[in-house]
Every structure is written in structure tokens, then in C-alpha cells.
Design a protein around this ligand. Structure first.
Ligand SMILES: CC(C)(COP(=O)(O)OP(=O)(O)OC[C@H]1O[C@@H](n2cnc3c(N)ncnc32)[C@H](O)[C@@H]1OP(=O)(O)O)[C@@H](O)C(=O)NCCC(=O)NCCS
Length: 201
């Protein structure tokens, strides 16, 4: 029998991941969430440890970068096996390195020589052009575009339809607002809005 998938997060991100798994495999899905009122929840997050790691796969599906990082690291230190949720319509070039516990949405493109870290969300229709480096725990919103050789450092959030020009470096923890066009590298933990993108306190 195929190992069931334990998904941490029964909100929108968990449901997106489940719908991707349903398209790509026939594994049973078990949802865990601290909000027991959510649909189909079998237990709280910490109850993941009651599932035999030899007999289950795990996926942390939390849209918030901080929460996703916290639970991913928790499970990582307990030696579970992660599964990434990759939509069947996503295109991922053969030489791309994709980390553990990633989500790649429908019609997303990840082109040649890209490196994607652990625990990243590359949303529906996002385009990651050639030779990009995306660190751990990054969120790339729907239809965001990274031109060639872009670097995105840990915990950054790229809003939907944002565009990042070639060779730009998005520093750790930055928030790029939806629709922004980032023409120059950013400062750590800063927020950028507009076209061209400008830092806003
Ligand atoms: C950048 C962002 C996180 C800021 O959120 P916030 O701090 O809650 O900002 P607010 O909604 O309070 O708005 C603050 C101001 O910025 C403006 N603003 C918000 N988002 C903006 C954007 N993307 N571009 C330009 N201006 C924006 C607001 O109009 C508001 O202006 P005002 O003070 O003149 O009224 C958010 O606006 C954003 O772009 N989120 C991305 C959403 C997304 O891609 N989600 C993906 C889900 S799958």
C-alpha cells in the first residue's frame, strides 16, 4: 500500500496541497491543524508524532513563512520523510534542484539550473527563469516572475504578479508587494512596493 500523507495545515494552503496530491497520486490524506474546527482535521500539529514515520509521508502546508518554517524544522529534527506537492501541469527543468517539502502550483515554470531550497512555495503560474537561486522557506506568489539569475534569500515573501529583474538579490525576510517591479537589490527584512519598487517603512 502507498504510504498515506500527513498534511500539517488544513487551511487554504493545506487544501491546495491536498488537491495537488489527489491529482498526482492515490495516497490517503490525513490533515492535522491546531484549529480543530477546520474541515476533516484528525488532530493537532503535535500529534504528527503519533504517525509512524516509517509508514507515512509528511507535508507542512502553511502559507505563513514563519509558521511553515517552525513546523518544517520541528519535523525535520524528528527525521520524518517529506513529500513535495508538485502540480502535474508545472514544468520543472530536469537539472533543477528542488528542496524538501516544497509546493509547486499549476502552470508554474522553473527553468534550467535553478536551485530551490527546502520548504518553499512556488505558486500557481509563477515563472522562475534560468539560473535563479531561491533559499529555504521562501514564498513566491501566483504569477510572480523572477528573471534569470535572480537570488531570493531565506524567508522572503514575493507577492502575486511581482516581477524581479535579472540578477537582482532579494535579501532575507523581505516582503515584495503584489505587482511590484523590483529593479535593484533590496535591503534585509524590508518591504518594497510599486513600479519601480521602493522601500517603505
Ligand atoms: C505588501 C503587503 C503584504 C502589505 O500588506 P499590509 O501591510 O497589510 O498593507 P495594507 O493593506 O495595510 O496597505 C498599506 C498601504 O499600502 C497600499 N498597498 C497595499 N498593497 C499594495 C501593493 N501591492 N502595491 C501598492 N500599494 C499597496 C495600500 O493601498 C495602503 O495604502 P494607503 O495607506 O495609502 O491606504 C500586501 O499589500 C501585498 O501585496 N500582499 C501580497 C498578497 C499576495 O500576493 N498574496 C498571495 C496569496 S496566494
Amino acid at each position: 500500500m502507498q504510504k498515506p500523507i500527513v498534511i500539517l495545515g488544513a487551511g487554504h494552503q493545506g487544501n491546495i496541497a491536498a488537491s495537488i496530491f489527489e491529482l498526482s497520486c492515490t495516497r490517503k490524506i490525513i490533515f492535522l491543524d491546531d484549529n480543530r474546527a477546520r474541515h476533516n482535521v484528525s488532530g493537532k500539529f503535535l500529534e504528527y508524532s503519533s504517525f509512524n514515520p516509517e509508514k507515512h509521508l509528511f507535508h507542512v502546508a502553511l502559507g505563513d513563512n514563519k509558521q511553515r518554517k517552525k513546523w518544517f524544522e520541528h519535523l525535520l529534527s524528528n527525521d520524518v520523510t517529506f513529500i513535495s506537492a508538485i502540480h502535474p501541469t508545472a514544468f520543472i527543468s530536469k537539472n533543477v534542484s528542488l528542496g524538501k517539502n516544497c509546493m509547486v502550483g499549476g502552470f508554474a515554470f522553473i527553468h534550467t539550473n535553478c536551485i530551490i531550497g527546502d520548504n518553499c512555495i512556488i505558486n500557481t503560474g509563477a515563472i522562475i527563469e534560468h539560473d535563479c537561486e531561491i533559499a529555504h522557506n521562501v514564498f513566491v506568489g501566483p504569477r510572480a516572475t523572477c528573471a534569470g539569475e535572480v537570488t531570493i534569500k531565506e524567508n522572503a515573501f514575493i507577492g502575486m504578479s511581482a516581477s524581479i529583474l535579472n540578477k537582482v538579490i532579494i535579501e532575507k525576510g523581505c516582503v515584495i508587494a503584489a505587482g511590484a517591479v523590483v529593479t535593484r537589490s533590496t535591503e534585509v527584512e524590508s518591504r518594497y512596493f510599486g513600479i519601480p519598487a521602493r522601500k517603505r517603512e
